[in-house]
Design a protein around this ligand. Structure first.
Ligand code: PMP
Length: 296
């Protein structure tokens, strides 16, 4: 599903077939989850493939590596250039790009000098699909920011996400909504969360969440459109009263939410600020907005 025998990847300075690549079973990342990664999308535009906010994604990758004491010997610009080459070599335009930085052999709990850099890409539908989602408040909390660097995208953090999504699906919901250690709504397992009340948007402040690049884009678009966004702490009970809600993430884009814990929101998705911002987001990533600005 992610690769075929024709797929080309970038691994440690070389271009090779995904099917020819191998890894070390004694990798510290495999045993302890000490790698860092990114999730990026490129879109077909009139000017060819455009990697959306490429710089921001690779700046976050470098930040994540630094926090995990991983010495990454690539600059943001080099990684951006390699990403465009990756797309070209695989003949991809609308694609999901996955940079992964993983470590060599080391069974100790100390930094590892051997660092591997993988860039791969594939076609990926919107991660949470196109239909509105029914969420449950997860019994799992997001990691305590004193237990890790929550703003770093570290492979091991995703065990928390896997537990939360698996719990939600096993109970018949589409996805989980996780609280922070103080009982306030934080984010989804792989996306940030906004809700709408009385023509205003609310989202969790930074501190207990991944600082999503899509979240930031939505805040910028909302400002441009004159929509007020408040970054504040709120509870599931506040969300029960919402007019609408949505997730944001590179893979999910803007994904509408229908209910939380079986409480359905007041407005139909089409009538929400989320639906309007979803259109604005898709226009921006495809550079269509100045031609096809269909926000009203
Ligand atoms: N929160 C978590 C836990 C995530 O994994 C993601 C996906 N990277 C996001 C939020 C959204 O971040 P972004 O918009 O940068 O993709």
């Amino acid at each position: 599903m992610y690769y075929t025998d024709k797929t080309t990847i970038f691994l440690d300075g070389k271009w090779m077939k995904a099917t020819d690549a191998s890894t070390d079973l004694y990798s510290q990342t495999l045993h302890y989850g000490s790698g860092v990664f990114e999730g990026i999308r490129s879109y077909a535009t009139e000017d060819g493939a455009m990697v959306f906010k490429a710089k921001e994604h690779f700046e976050r990758l470098l930040y994540s590596a630094e926090k995990m004491h991983i010495d990454l010997s690539y600059s943001v610009d080099e990684l951006v250039t390699l990403t465009y080459e990756l797309l070209e070599r695989n003949n991809l335009q609308n694609a999901y790009i996955r940079p992964l930085v993983y470590l060599g052999q080391n069974m100790s709990l100390q930094p590892t000098e051997e660092v591997h850099v993988l860039l791969c890409a594939w076609n990926w539908e919107r991660y949470l699909g196109d239909k509105q989602l029914n969420l449950m408040t997860s019994s799992f909390q997001r990691p305590n920011p004193k237990s890790c660097f929550v703003e770093a995208k570290v492979t091991g953090h995703y065990t928390n996400s896997i537990l939360a999504t698996t719990e939600a699906k096993s109970k018949g919901y589409d996805e989980a909504l996780l609280l922070d250690m103080n009982g306030f709504v934080a984010e989804g397992p792989g996306a940030n969360f906004f809700y709408e009340k009385d023509d205003k948007l609310f989202t969790a402040p930074l501190g207990n969440i991944l600082a999503g690049i899509t979240r930031q884009t939505i805040i910028e678009l909302a400002q441009e459109l004159g929509i007020e966004v408040e970054e504040t702490f709120f509870t599931p009970e506040d969300v029960y009263q919402a007019d609408g809600a949505f997730f944001t993430g590179t893979a999910a884009e803007v994904a509408g939410v229908e209910s939380l814990d079986d409480r359905t929101f007041n407005l139909k998705w089409e009538d929400t600020l989320g639906a309007m911002l979803s259109t604005a987001y898709l226009n921006r990533v495809q550079k269509k907005e100045y031609k096809n600005f269909e926000l009203v």
